[in-house]
Write a protein that binds this ligand. Structure first.
Ligand SMILES: *Cc1c(COP(=O)(O)O)cnc(C)c1O
Length: 396
């Protein structure tokens, strides 16, 4: 009896399209990299991947994936606690704990699952979760799966956070939850102040390091390195799908009792497949590379600085960034789409974001810089921005 719902869905789809919100997918025919080819035959420079350290197609990572398939097979055909744990999975959990200087780590199929499975096992209606208003959708969904009382504070607003902490004093336990880097502005959460407030009001701290790990901090080790707050964060979640190779997989790392309880009770861990050996083997190689050398992270940081300085000098309005994300502010939604289209014609792949992904009249082009970008790539992108910016009257 599909008829009626079909008509309903057709109308829904049409209204999405009419609102200009229909998401079309561009098809890439090459590995993810600084230079990619589309199925139209066009070759473009990619500035909208989360490939922060340029590892998505790195020969050492690809080789490690192949090697792990040879030694450990293709799939695990099991969840972790039945027969889905190999020596490699334990090695990767240890490598992640070493990277973040934490006690233990648990792997998930994605960070979406890590965030989806972290609250419900730890907190009940007696507790309070205090969440930044710009937190990732997976945190919002994870909080929804848990009965704890919810508080929300405006992005990085420490006055509102303090108020929420005061209101939550009667709850049994409190946890403050924040993204490390917010993906639309590229700003870093004020973790030093958050940790101070957590101490003052007896709360735990959880940070989602998806956009910050591998990027912020003097050697890219994330917010703990940036703010020198090792030991003060109780729970970190993160992804293997961005800086750390870009394949798939997520993790929660932190205090050992918390991780142990998650292994017993976290539903996305208990009821979903283990990550495949190829991804685990390649991720191990990634953490080895990052331990051996800071070269990729340093190059990535240099690229951000170079791009930002040249764009500011050209007269563009750039949000202050502390990460690999540069938001080029255009404010007008339609302009952001026209701008991105014209950039593609110039061979530069960037994405324009507008309401409701960002606040009304805050449309922008988000540029993501990577260690995979060479100086000539950056110059080509900057020149295209200047050309299109002049054409559209954004800069003089
Ligand atoms: C990308 C992202 C996620 C989801 O990570 P996956 O591993 O792709 O599921 C979660 N949180 C934040 C902040 C992210 O940016």
């Amino acid at each position: 009896m599909y008829g009626e719902i079909k008509n309903f869905l057709d109308r829904e789809l049409q209204s999405i399209e009419e609102a200009g919100l229909y998401k079309n997918e561009r098809i890439i025919t090459t590995p993810q990299s600084a230079v990619i080819k589309l199925n139209t035959g066009q070759e473009v420079l990619n500035f909208c991947a989360n490939n922060y350290l340029g590892l998505s197609d790195h020969p050492r990572v690809v080789e490690a994936a192949k090697k792990a398939m040879d030694t450990h097979g293709y799939g695990m055909s099991s969840v972790r606690f039945i027969c889905g744990t190999q020596d490699l999975h334990k090695e990767l959990e240890a490598a992640i704990s070493d990277y973040f200087q934490t006690e233990d780590t648990i792997l998930y199929a994605a960070c979406f699952d890590a965030n989806g499975g972290v609250f419900e096992p730890l907190f009940t209606e007696e507790d309070a979760i205090i969440s930044d208003s710009l937190n990732h959708a997976s945190i919002i969904d994870g909080v929804r799966l848990c009965k704890a009382k919810r508080y929300r504070y405006a992005n990085a607003n420490m006055i509102e956070l303090e108020k929420a902490l005061q209101q939550a004093q009667d709850q049994r336990f409190r946890i403050i939850v924040t993204d490390g880097v917010f993906s639309m502005d590229g700003n870093v959460a004020p973790m030093d102040q958050i940790c101070q407030l957590a101490e003052k009001y007896d709360a735990l701290v959880m940070v989602d390091e998806c956009h910050s790990a591998g990027v912020v901090g003097s050697t890219g080790h994330g917010v703990s390195e940036l703010f020198n707050i090792y030991g003060k964060i109780d729970i970190y979640t993160g992804t293997l799908g961005k800086a750390f190779g870009g394949a798939i997989g997520g993790f929660t790392t932190g205090r050992k009792e918390i991780i142990s309880l998650l292994r017993q009770r976290s539903r996305p861990y208990l009821f979903s497949n283990s990550i495949p050996p190829a991804v685990v083997g390649a991720s191990l190689e990634v953490f080895k590379m990052l331990k051996d050398s800071d070269e990729l992270h340093a190059k990535q940081q240099e690229n951000v600085k170079y791009f930002r300085d040249k764009m500011l000098a050209a007269g563009f309005d750039i949000k202050p960034t502390q990460s690999a994300i540069c938001a080029v502010m255009l404010y007008d939604a339609k302009l952001s789409q026209t701008f991105a289209e014209k950039m593609l014609n110039e061979g530069i792949y960037v994405t324009g974001f507008y309401y409701p992904v960002v606040p009304k009249d805050q449309a922008r082009i988000r540029v993501q810089l990577s260690a995979a970008h060479e100086r000539e790539h950056l110059d080509k992108a900057i020149n295209a921005f200047i050309k299109v910016g002049k054409e559209l009257g954004v800069i003089k």
